[in-house]
Design a protein around this ligand. Structure first.
Ligand SMILES: [Zn+2]
Length: 332
């Protein structure tokens, strides 16, 4: 049977810890014969920062446990300390014992061995007893180091690639040019890779022109700033920086990870199926762009696109006239 969901107090992004004064923690009476008055002590917040105080109930909760419980992260835990989740700690007694106790209970038992299995006989060689680690530490140490080793190798592999180097050099060339730094080394690497694709004398001159458009020695310039700069230019102005523009376009289309390019390959299979084999390269490119940038495609105004198409020539204008917003509803 599924356990009943506990009632938990509503918590925000951090524990509620009213300061006193202005907040006055109510004093409660405990015991029948020897009545003692006790109240919540505000200095507990300093010692146990996870305490969440509920003013209506005059009770303390564990903020971390309540949050985890309400996000269904403690579903598999059987020995929940419900006092700190649903009823709240109201006693005011032995807080210096109770709170550290809750702190040290992590709902996780200390690491142990998995069930000891005998290796299959076909793997046995000689008569020696099979070796089994003596402590859980011995058992987990090689696994831990294996994981650590895998992580470091993966990170090194990711950045030590020729493709990544090209990307890095192109980006640094443009960034250093606009930041007013020396870019000769990067230019050399780019020239080695792209060989005859660029006119390097022209590129060098144009990089200097590009540099003149940015504040000198400003190291905070980012690639996005350069993008904005090129976007604001007219096509004729861009023609003046043709080589830099081409290099920048290359930089923008190099996929920094292979996930993007792999995703577009899988999309290709969906867009160009066996049923539309005759699709030409231009049309395929356009449809792929629309498909890959689905978010932007959804935001396109159909009326505006239709009208722009119509205004392309007098002939279409005569046939279609002008579309207005109500035309779309008629199509539905
Ligand atoms: Zn807790």
């Amino acid at each position: 049977m599924k356990p009943k969901k506990l009632q938990v107090p509503v918590v925000g992004t951090e524990p509620h810890q009213p300061s006193s004064p202005p907040f006055k923690f109510p004093r409660r009476e405990f015991g029948k014969k020897n009545v003692v008055k006790r109240s919540f002590l505000p200095q507990w917040f300093q010692r146990w920062p996870w305490l969440h105080y509920c003013e209506d109930m005059d009770a303390a909760f564990c903020f971390i446990c309540v949050k985890a419980y309400s996000e269904n992260k403690l579903n598999s835990v059987s020995n929940l300390e419900t006092t700190y989740i649903t009823s709240g700690y109201t006693d005011g007694k032995d807080a210096c014992v109770q709170f550290p106790n809750h702190e040290s209970s992590r709902y996780i038992s200390p690491p142990g061995f998995p069930r000891r299995r005998k290796a299959p006989r076909r793997f046995e060689e000689g008569d020696a007893e099979s070796v089994f680690p003596e402590t859980p530490e011995d058992y987990y140490r090689p696994i831990y180091f294996e994981a650590l080793d895998l992580i470091t190798t993966s990170i090194t592999d990711r950045f030590n690639r020729p493709g990544y180097n090209v990307f890095h050099n192109v980006q640094n060339l443009i960034l250093k040019a606009v930041q007013g730094l020396d870019y000769e080394a990067e230019l050399k690497c780019v020239a080695n890779f792209y060989t005859t694709d660029f006119n390097y004398e022209l590129l060098r001159t144009q990089l200097e022109i590009l540099r003149a458009n940015f504040t000198p020695n400003q190291t905070s310039v980012k690639i996005t700033d350069v993008t904005e700069f090129f976007k604001a230019m007219t096509p004729v102005q861009r023609e003046l920086l043709s080589e830099v523009c081409q290099l920048f376009q290359l930089l923008l289309v190099i996929p920094a990870t292979n996930a993007v390019s792999e995703r577009s390959f899988s999309a290709l299979r969906r867009v160009k199926t066996y049923l539309c084999l005759t699709m030409a390269q231009d049309r395929l490119n356009h449809i792929m762009t629309l498909h890959i940038y689905r978010g932007l495609t959804d935001d396109l105004s159909l009326i505006e696109s239709a009208n722009r198409f119509i205004h392309g020539s007098d002939h279409t204008e005569q046939i279609f006239g002008k579309f207005v917003a109500t035309d779309i509803k008629k199509c539905d």
